[in-house]
Each structure stands twice: as C-alpha cells, then as structure tokens.
Ligand binder design. Structure first.
Ligand code: PGA
Length: 261
C-alpha cells in the first residue's frame, strides 16, 4: 500500500518565528502514522531552523524551488546540491514559478534532473490554465508538461518521482474555481496513461500522483478519495492549523478504511 502524501506548501508566507510556531502546533496534533507522510515546504529561510526543530519521524521537509546548477556564479540562487542533506522532497515547476517568474518547461526539466541527481525527490507540478482548459487542451498540456519535464529521467528514477496535478484555475492564488473530482480523476488517469506510454505499466502504477488546488479540510476526503490519487498538495489551508490538521485527519480516516483489519 502506498503511503498517503499530504504536502503543506507555505509559499512566501511566515517569517522564521511564525514558521516555527506553526510547526509547533502541527506537532501537537499530527502523530506518526505508518500510512501517511506529512511534508512541509516552508520558505528557504526557514528550512534550516525547522530541520532542527522537526520530529523527522513525523514530518519531512521540502523546498519550494531551487536552481538547477549545483554551484557557480548564480547570484541569488540556492541549488539542490546545497539542499541535499536538508530536504527529502523538492517542489519543481509550481505554477507560481511558471506564471510569475517565467519558468519554462525546459528549465523545469533541468530542475527535475538536478533534484534527482542530488538525491531529492521532485514533486513535479503540472496543470493547465483556465484558457487552456476552456479550449479543451487539458490533455495536451499534461502530455507536454510530462514529456518535457521527464525527458532526462530514466525508468529506474521515475518510480521515485511525485507528480502533482494542479490546474492553475483551481489554485486559490489564481481563480480558485472549485475543481470537479470526476474531472480530476480523468486528469490523474491520463497522467498515469502518459507515464505508461513513456515508462510502462509498472512505473504508471508506482508513480505517486497528487491533486492540488484549494484543498481544505471540508473537501480533502473527496480529493483524497479519488481513485488513483495518492495525496494532496495544500497551499492556503496549510497556513491554518485547524484546517491543515483537518486535512491530515481526513487522510487518517481514509488510511483506516483502506487497510484491511
Ligand atoms: P492552494 O495552493 O491550496 O492555496 O490552492 C495549492 C498550491 O499552489 O500548491
């Protein structure tokens, strides 16, 4: 049984003190669970202090982004090589990176490769804009994002990659339009189909696929319950202690239902 992955993407919120306070509150409620993995992606600045404060049996750390070169004269950047002992996961290609910072699919491909090269599991974010969705291009976008981003990834490496399907129109920062679970299921099935085309049946089953976009405590069980969905990537609701622990509780309930007694 795959562990259910619940990822908190704090984005550019919380200074180090606030991040530490929120983590402390997470600790009060979130217990170790054999079937659930809770991942926290704070700002780059908070990674180091949180890594010391964090109970590593209960939580794992993720970076929100990093540069694809390992070292050099790239003023302002931090590389995956520098993060390798600090984080387990690295979010790559988040739509905010694509929309606000002009990150191209080619850059995302380099970042996926850099994460893997440095022993960090990429959480590759893919998903279409509202305009693309309205034009009926969702499948094409999923296809293009996956084939480009995974170009340098071998069949041995693919099983360790996490793909987060985050339609841009459903993310709270953008339109935050409610996503229909049946549509999300189709998109997730299509992602696995593409992985099967590229790497075969085994990889398609093994790869973890998450849903992300305005997930909150009141609908987490619906998204977590989508067949083929291995977890959720949570933005805004992860900054709210009660909402986020509500999402983790939904994952606990699902794990209990799934595990044969
Ligand atoms: P949201 O963010 O939950 O606030 O929509 C998700 C994300 O951008 O990863």
């Amino acid at each position: 049984m795959k562990r259910i992955l619940v990822v908190a993407n704090w984005k550019m919120n919380l200074n180090t003190h606030e991040a530490s306070t929120l983590l402390h509150r997470y600790h009060q409620h979130i217990a170790t669970h054999r079937d659930i993995e809770v991942v926290v992606a704070p700002s780059l600045l908070s990674l180091q202090p949180l890594s010391v404060e964090m109970d590593r049996h209960r939580f794992r750390l993720a970076s929100q982004d990093a540069y694809f070169k390992d070292e050099g004269s790239y003023t302002g950047e931090v590389s995956f090589a520098m993060l390798r002992d600090l984080v387990h996961y690295g979010i790559v290609g988040h739509s905010a990176r694509r929309v606000y910072f002009g990150e191209t699919l080619e850059v995302i491909r380099e970042k996926v490769a850099a994460a893997v090269r440095n022993g960090i599991t990429p959480i590759l974010c893919i998903g279409e804009t509202k305009q693309e969705r309205d034009a009926g291009e969702t499948k094409q976008v999923i296809h293009d994002h996956l084939t480009t981003a995974l170009k340098n990834i071998t069949s041995d490496e693919i099983e360790n990659i996490v793909i987060a399907y985050e339609p841009i129109w459903a993310i709270s920062t953008f339109d935050g339009e409610p996503a229909k679970p049946s549509d999300m299921q189709k998109a997730i099935e299509y992602i696995r189909f593409q992985i099967k085309e590229l790497y075969g049946e085994r990889a398609a089953k093994a790869v973890r696929v998450l849903y992300g976009g305005s997930v909150s405590d009141d609908d987490a069980s619906v998204f977590l319950g989508i067949p083929g969905c291995d977890g959720v990537l949570v933005g805004a609701a992860s900054l709210n202690y009660a909402k986020f622990t509500g999402i983790v509780d939904a994952a606990y309930r699902l794990a209990r239902e799934r595990r044969p007694s």
